[in-house]
Design a protein around this ligand. Structure first.
Ligand SMILES: Nc1ncnc2c1ncn2[C@@H]1O[C@H](COP(=O)(O)OP(=O)(O)OP(=O)(O)O)[C@@H](O)[C@H]1O
Ligand SMILES: Cc1ncsc1CCO
Length: 521
């Protein structure tokens, strides 16, 4: 059964004066692939009438109809199946009552629910609620986009299909589909939508829009090219040179929402690499800025009450504009507020790169292997190569793990970079400055990718963000080696301005000569 666009009806959401059957027919014309009749307040006679009329209409369009909760009504109208909640009739009993071959789906909110659905041989699971929703009073908190991947992984090896439900709209569908892929590459089979179709004055267009985003995203996620070849040092440096030249010729506008400790040095290092900074945090200007800027940095170093609102909107609009977003989860392990804020951000938008030190990335991955003290890392990973690769795979973006040695991965390849100077570890904000440079380089890499790549299913163009991240690390670390050697540099105070000078003076040839970079397995 094709569950890709799964409509759940709710007559209370219909625009004033619009009959249920009219809206349903338009949704069917728009491409809905399965319909579930959900009635919250109707008595049995009314439920039966609505279900019977809806079934006749769905039959005309050859679309299966399921009934929410009520096995008796499903039987009475000869529905294709039922959808059960955790507190409805158990699946094994419903299975006995329904005709052979009926479809039985169940709502699942946790791993426990999914495991039980497997045991009781459900045909599909409805996973959610993904986001908070007005259409249903939630009995447990939303699981978020990132919660879906874990549940999908629990379905590996079974033929149970999965649809997500809860607050899904055309405006968040791309994020949902990209963000919910499990580490094992298990993807959603469909999305259940209520208000975006039912409450729309034009359900046909609404359904068509959702379906086209779904198909485009699925294609894009499944098509991600297998990059099994090994890069030579020369090839990496060719890519870095192209991007460095791109930053200087295109001078991308880099929007940064960063912390108050490093704002000034971050703006200056952005200028030093040849890009333009704009530091802005107000939620009210995020939409406008996303139309001007070529990339966004979100650094959570000094969050205040309203910061997260701006960051939520900022990333959302930049995803929509298909430009890169870089996340620097500064000190994320230091407080529950930072942790829940980062979780909220990652449920709302897709980062292109996540950069952090060992303590930060361990906290983000829920690992206790690398400790931190506030914003500083005080430990490392036994196997940083695989840690970086796995995190990149899980978050579906490029990950940069910083420290004396840096690691950069896109989930397939891992590059190890050994340039730098210990003074970088002594001044505050070297990691934050690296975040700015990565964003500038990603903005250039994105702009260099062909406009034909502005594919509906993507959240950026197909820029070479792995090379952009590598180039940014090499730029900062090789410049730090030049700065540390200067006669006028006597310690951290004189190092910082010298670093800015050396970044501005750095040439691709310097990188070619001095880069200590290799691909590692
Ligand atoms: N001891 C060191 N030797 C060489 N390079 C270093 C050293 N310490 C840091 N670096 C470089 O500095 C950059 C920032 O990394 P670091 O891990 O210090 O970030 P961070 O802890 O997030 O910094 P901050 O919180 O001060 O912004 C990286 O490119 C890294 O290679
Ligand atoms: C010291 C410090 N505190 C919050 S952000 C920041 C800058 C370096 O991460």
């Amino acid at each position: 059964m094709d569950l890709s666009l799964y409509l759940v009806t709710d007559r209370s959401l219909l625009p004033v004066g619009k009959p249920h059957l009219e809206a349903l027919e338009q949704a069917l014309i728009g491409g809905v692939t399965v319909v579930q009749i959900r009635e919250k307040v109707a008595d049995t006679a009314e439920f039966l009438r609505v279900a019977r009329e809806s079934k006749a209409l769905c039959d005309r369009y050859n679309v299966p109809l399921l009934v929410n909760d009520r096995v008796d009504i499903a039987l009475a109208i000869n529905a294709r199946g039922v959808h059960l909640g955790q507190s409805d009739m158990p699946i094994d009993i419903a299975r006995k009552l329904m005709p052979k071959g009926s479809i039985i789906g169940i709502s699942c909110n946790s791993l426990h629910d999914v495991r039980r659905a497997r045991e009781s041989k459900a045909d599909y699971v409805g996973l959610g609620a993904v986001w908070d929703t007005q259409t249903k009073k939630l009995t447990s908190s939303p699981i978020g986009v990132r919660g879906l991947g874990v549940l999908l992984e629990a379905l590996d090896g079974s033929d149970i299909q999965a649809v997500a439900i809860g607050g899904i709209k055309s405006t968040n569908l791309a994020r949902l589909l990209h963000g919910s892929v499990s580490r094992t590459n298990h993807t959603l089979d469909g999305v259940a939508v209520v208000s975006d179709i039912v409450a729309s004055p034009n359900p046909e267009t609404a359904a068509r829009r959702l379906k086209s985003i779904f198909n485009a995203c699925k294609r894009c996620i499944l098509d991600s090219p297998a990059q099994n070849f090994v890069w030579s040092r020369g090839e990496i440096l060719d890519n870095v040179t192209t991007i460095m030249d791109g930053v200087r010729t295109l001078s991308p506008l880099v929007h940064q929402m960063t912390n108050i400790v490093v704002s000034n040095q971050s703006a200056n290092i952005t200028l030093a690499v040849g890009a333009s900074p704009i530091m802005a945090t107000a939620p009210e200007e995020m939409s406008d800025l996303s139309k001007l800027s070529n990339g966004l940095l979100v650094n959570i170093g000094t969050l205040v009450g309203g910061s997260v609102q701006g960051m939520l909107k900022g990333g959302y609009f930049v995803n929509a504009a298909k430009n890169p977003v870089v996340l620097d989860p500064v000190g994320v392990g230091a407080s529950d507020f930072r942790k829940s804020s980062v979780n909220e951000l990652l449920n709302a938008w897709q980062p292109t790169v996540i950069k952090g030190n060992a303590g930060e990335l361990a906290a983000l991955a829920g690992s206790s292997e690398a400790a931190s003290k506030g914003v500083d890392s005080t430990g490392g990973f036994q196997d940083p190569i695989n840690f970086t690769r796995q995190l990149a795979r899980k978050e579906r973006c490029v990950v940069v793990l910083t420290g004396e040695t840096d690691y950069v991965s896109d989930g397939k390849r891992v590059l190890m970079l050994k340039n730098g100077h210990s003074l970088l570890g002594k001044v505050t904000g070297s990691g934050c400055m690296l975040g700015s440079v990565i964003t500038a380089y990603c903005a250039a890499a994105n702009a260099l990718a062909s406009e034909d790549d502005e594919h509906e299913g993507r959240l950026t163009r197909s820029g070479d963000f792995l090379s952009a991240a590598v180039g940014a690390v090499l730029t900062l670390t090789i410049a730090s080696e030049f700065a540390a050697k200067r006669e006028d540099v006597h310690g951290m105070g004189t190092f910082l301005p010298a670093l800015l000078d050396e970044v501005a003076a750095l040439r691709p040839e310097n990188i070619r000569q001095l880069a200590k970079v290799e691909e590692v397995e």
